[in-house]
Design a protein around this ligand. Structure first.
Ligand SMILES: Cc1cc2nc3c(=O)[nH]c(=O)nc-3n(C[C@H](O)[C@H](O)[C@H](O)COP(=O)(O)OP(=O)(O)OC[C@H]3O[C@@H](n4cnc5c(N)ncnc54)[C@H](O)[C@@H]3O)c2cc1C
Length: 416
């Protein structure tokens, strides 16, 4: 255990992917002091990715739980569902909760995630207009989708495109409305954006880019979406226009925030080293990034939670995990390894079947990120090479793939 301990142990605010990773790692690493999780949601900690990849109409359809309740009980983790943290007193080292408790800590970990950005147009409050983040949202959308004929998805990001595919598979007429001139405009390389668009259109989704939603109309319930390119009939509108970190608790406690809780390479608040932040709510340095980054992914939440858990249990290390991500959009599996910058040079390479594709991003002639469509083996090879920092140059990939390169290097390693 790190120094200055009073025996109060660890308090984690947020019972999501990152919070779970912190507490499970603490106990696996032999940490014996009290561990408390303050969790706003009433569900046991769960994963969010399954929520947008399938239609859910009944709670038992949703297979998103991480571990059963007994996991927490057997490890003496005090999981307080439905009791959110309302204030932090960093001087007294206590957290106040909605139910009036004041919980002391030696170490506080903020794992509060992010919230969906609201849709800033008239009519966004009508019935039938939804955003997706939680299990209750997934059920509301799933039940509405089961009966919907005309679905408008506002926002051509990962969640919007996943939901568009779910809706089209269930027989709805689906239009995606995106303000930018491309889908996934910042998240993937321009070369891949065009391929993704074609594939979605081929799959029956209508896509309107460079299009702004002006208002949503209806008498109590959504009837149509008014855009600057015309009016779209709609009996369900789902929007996914980005997320904002939940950093207000930290800000109110006087901790540095800047679109996320600002932390150092060990994920400690730059204001107070007894406070850490992990997952979607943390803005952190990363060896693969210029400046500080805030990442929204399962990998980041899991690895950051584990890193802080290990540090508190006595094994500190800087955060250097390779970022990776996936998104399942109907028949398209998109996977990303590494962090691409807009100035990187991108080379597209077709795979050995028409559905497979890879985009390799180079910075100063060194591979920094790889995006693949329907090519998990190439994604895994990319992860292995990038994690081990094996230098790969543009010339290495002429007429080759990372999978082939990794195999060749393994063979030569065995021979030498
Ligand atoms: C629909 C959807 C699909 C996704 N699909 C993918 C995917 O395919 N691949 C991928 O890599 N990532 C995906 N993500 C992103 C991924 O789920 C997140 O990056 C990850 O959940 C972040 O973990 P976290 O613990 O930081 O936040 P969360 O898992 O969101 O957990 C934060 C928790 O903190 C709670 N909380 C907030 N404030 C307080 C408070 N004051 N007191 C107590 N509790 C509080 C919240 O209620 C929430 O339960 C998806 C996200 C969504 C919403």
């Amino acid at each position: 255990m790190s120094g200055g301990s009073s025996g109060a142990g660890v308090v984690v605010v947020g019972g999501g992917q990152a919070g779970f990773s912190v507490v499970s790692t603490l106990r696996n690493a032999g940490y014996e002091a009290p561990v408390t999780v303050l969790a706003e949601e009433r569900h046991l900690p769960y994963q969010r990715p399954p929520l947008s990849k399938k239609l859910h109409t009944e709670p038992e359809d949703i297979r998103a739980g991480l571990v059963p309740e007994s996991f927490y009980r057997e490890r003496n983790i005090d999981l307080r569902l439905g009791d959110d943290a309302t204030a932090i007193d960093t001087a007294a080292r206590t957290v106040s909760t909605r139910t009036g408790a004041r919980v002391p800590y030696d170490h506080l970990v903020l794992a509060t995630g992010a919230r969906n950005r609201p849709l800033p147009v008239p009519g966004a409050e009508l019935d039938g207009v939804h955003a997706l983040r939680s299990i209750p949202d997934a059920l509301t959308i799933g039940r509405a989708l089961a009966a919907a004929r005309d679905v408008v998805v506002v926002g051509g990001g990962f969640i919007g495109l996943e939901l568009a595919q779910v809706a089209v598979t269930h027989g709805a007429r689906v239009t995606v409305v995106e303000l930018a001139d491309r889908l996934l405009s910042r998240a993937v390389s321009p070369q891949l954006q065009e391929h993704l668009r074609e594939r979605h259109e081929r799959g029956g989704v209508r896509i309107l880019t460079s299009t702004a939603v002006r208002s949503i109309e209806g008498a109590g319930r959504v009837r149509e979406v008014v855009t600057d390119q015309g009016v779209l009939p709609a009996d369900l509108v789902v929007y996914g226009i980005g997320a904002a970190p939940r950093d207000e608790l930290a800000r109110d406690a006087g901790l540095a925030v800047d679109d996320g809780v600002v932390v150092d390479a060990h994920l400690r608040s730059v204001t107070d080293p007894r406070v850490s932040a992990v997952g979607d709510c943390a803005r952190h340095p990363h060896p693969h990034a210029h400046g500080l980054v805030r990442l929204e992914s399962v990998q980041n939440a899991t690895d950051q939670g584990a890193l802080v858990g290990r540090r508190i249990a006595g094994s500190p290390a800087p955060y250097e995990s390779l970022p990776w991500f996936w998104s399942d959009q109907g028949a398209v599996k998109l996977q990303i390894a590494g962090l691409r910058a807009s100035t990187d040079e991108v080379h597209m390479v077709p795979g050995d079947s028409p559905e497979r594709l890879a985009a390799y991003a180079f910075r100063d002639d060194r591979l920094v990120a790889v995006e693949t469509l329907n090519w998990p083996a190439e994604h895994l090879a990319a992860r292995r090479l990038l994690e081990r920092r094996v230098p790969v140059r543009t010339a290495d990939l002429v007429g080759s793939t990372l999978g082939a390169l990794a195999r060749a290097r393994r063979t030569s390693e065995v021979r030498t």
